[in-house]
Every structure is written in structure tokens, then in C-alpha cells.
Write a protein that binds this ligand. Structure first.
Ligand SMILES: [Zn+2]
Length: 246
């Protein structure tokens, strides 16, 4: 893992490149890039007395260069009040919304003493109640209860996530809505509970989460077919919204 003093000159180069691409006629100001222990995923860019100051969440310390590259273009575009390219936005978002980043962000927030406001009780649905029912109906109440939480942000790409290391199931806030039928939320919860019942297996050096046993049991759910249609529906909604935003 590179130390922050080693990586900052490299990061500054990315910002110089972004600046050169987005504002080719301007002079190159000095750029000061630092990782900063923000509580959560947060970055800032400022221009002060001819010098650019960039502060990147230290949660991104190990982010691949491609992500830092996209972030540099996003922040510089914001500084110059220019339109951010969709491709850079997408690259950045996919990384920032990955379960690993969200977890790192949650841990940072916890470590840095900010109150955690998410809980199992949402606006529309209560995950505790749902868990008890799904556990009884689908698992003979054999699944030990993990920490249940609604996600803090509306993640459309990832509807649910089970974290074995932290014994946590996080369900996307997108589903905590009267527009989403209860059975579908319970189905997503059911899928995550299957991950507790069927832990990941290492196959050919890779971690396999959805094993054949997992998939077979999942397909036995009485509303499996309907759930696949709804997953399609959610994916379609996401595409439409993206198209509208573009
Ligand atoms: Zn899964």
C-alpha cells in the first residue's frame, strides 16, 4: 500500500492533466492534493490565491488510478463550473457505491464518532419484523439474526448486501417505499439470508458466493419468477432515470 506522501505527487499529476484537458488555455497553477480523514466519502476542491487545494477522503487511499483519474476530472470540472462527463461520473459512482466503499465509509463514520442514524426501522418497512417472518416461513427460524440496516444512500445498483465479516445485512433505501411491494423487499432479504445459510466457497482461488446449492434453494422461493420480473423492472427504472438525467 503506498503511503500518502508517496502517492500525493502522482495524484497531483492527475489533477494537472484534468486541468490541462478541461481548461487548456489557462496557466498551470500549483496543485496541493492531500488525503483527508473525512467522516464518510467526501472530497473538496478550492482555488485560493492562485493555488488549487484538493482534499480527498482517505477512504479512497487504495482506489485504483482509474478512479482517481475520474475523480480528478469531476472535481476540476466542478471547480471550473463545467459539465461533468457521464463516463467519469459512472466510473466514480460505481466505485463509491460498491459494498466495499460503503462499508469503509460506515466504519470511518463510526470510528470518527459520528452518530449512526440508519436502523432496521425504515419509513415504510421494518427489517426486524420482515426478518422474523422470512426466517419463520423460509428457514424454520434457523438463521441467527445479523445486524439489519437500511442503507444510508439510495443505491439502485445494489439492492441488498450481506457482509459476513460484520454479520450485517444492508438493504437499499430505494426499497423502503410504498411503491415497492412488501413481498419483494422480503425476497431481497431472503436472498441475503441465503448468504448466511450458504457461506461463500473458494473455487479455483476465487470466492464463489452464488453456489449451485444457493441458486437451487433461491429458485425454490414461491415468488422467485415474479421477483426476477421485479428485478428487471427496477433495472429498467434505473436506466430510464439515467437517460433522463443525461
Ligand atoms: Zn447474492
Amino acid at each position: 500500500m503506498p503511503t500518502s506522501s508517496e502517492m500525493q505527487p502522482q495524484l497531483a499529476l492527475l489533477y494537472r492533466e484534468a486541468l490541462h484537458t478541461l481548461a487548456p488555455t489557462r496557466l498551470a497553477p500549483e496543485i496541493d492534493v492531500r488525503l483527508y480523514p473525512y467522516a464518510g466519502i467526501h472530497h473538496t476542491i478550492r482555488l485560493r490565491q492562485g493555488r488549487i487545494y484538493v482534499r480527498i477522503s482517505d477512504i479512497f487511499r487504495d482506489a485504483p488510478t482509474g478512479i482517481h483519474h475520474a475523480l480528478a476530472f469531476i472535481l476540476v470540472a466542478k471547480l471550473l463550473r463545467k459539465k461533468v462527463s457521464d463516463a467519469h461520473n459512472r466510473t466514480y459512482r460505481d466505485y463509491a457505491c460498491s459494498p466495499e466503499s460503503l462499508r469503509a465509509s460506515d466504519l470511518a463514520r463510526r470510528r470518527r464518532g459520528r452518530k449512526i442514524i440508519t436502523s432496521a426501522k425504515g419509513h415504510t418497512y421494518n427489517l426486524d419484523t420482515m426478518f422474523t417472518r422470512v426466517n419463520r416461513e423460509m428457514f424454520d427460524s434457523a438463521i441467527e439474526k445479523p445486524t439489519l440496516s437500511w442503507s444510508r444512500t439510495r443505491t439502485r445498483r445494489i439492492l441488498g448486501h450481506h457482509d459476513a465479516a460484520y454479520e450485517t445485512i444492508v438493504i437499499s433505501k430505494t426499497l423502503d417505499s410504498p411503491d415497492v411491494p412488501r413481498w419483494f423487499v422480503e425476497y431481497i432479504l431472503f436472498h441475503e439470508m441465503l448468504h448466511i445459510k450458504h457461506p461463500a466457497r473458494i473455487v479455483g482461488g476465487r470466492r464463489l458466493y452464488h453456489t449451485r446449492t444457493f441458486r437451487t434453494e433461491e429458485a425454490r422461493h414461491p415468488r422467485y419468477k415474479e421477483a426476477q420480473d421485479w428485478l428487471e423492472h427496477v433495472a429498467r427504472t434505473r436506466r430510464t432515470q439515467k437517460a433522463r438525467a443525461a
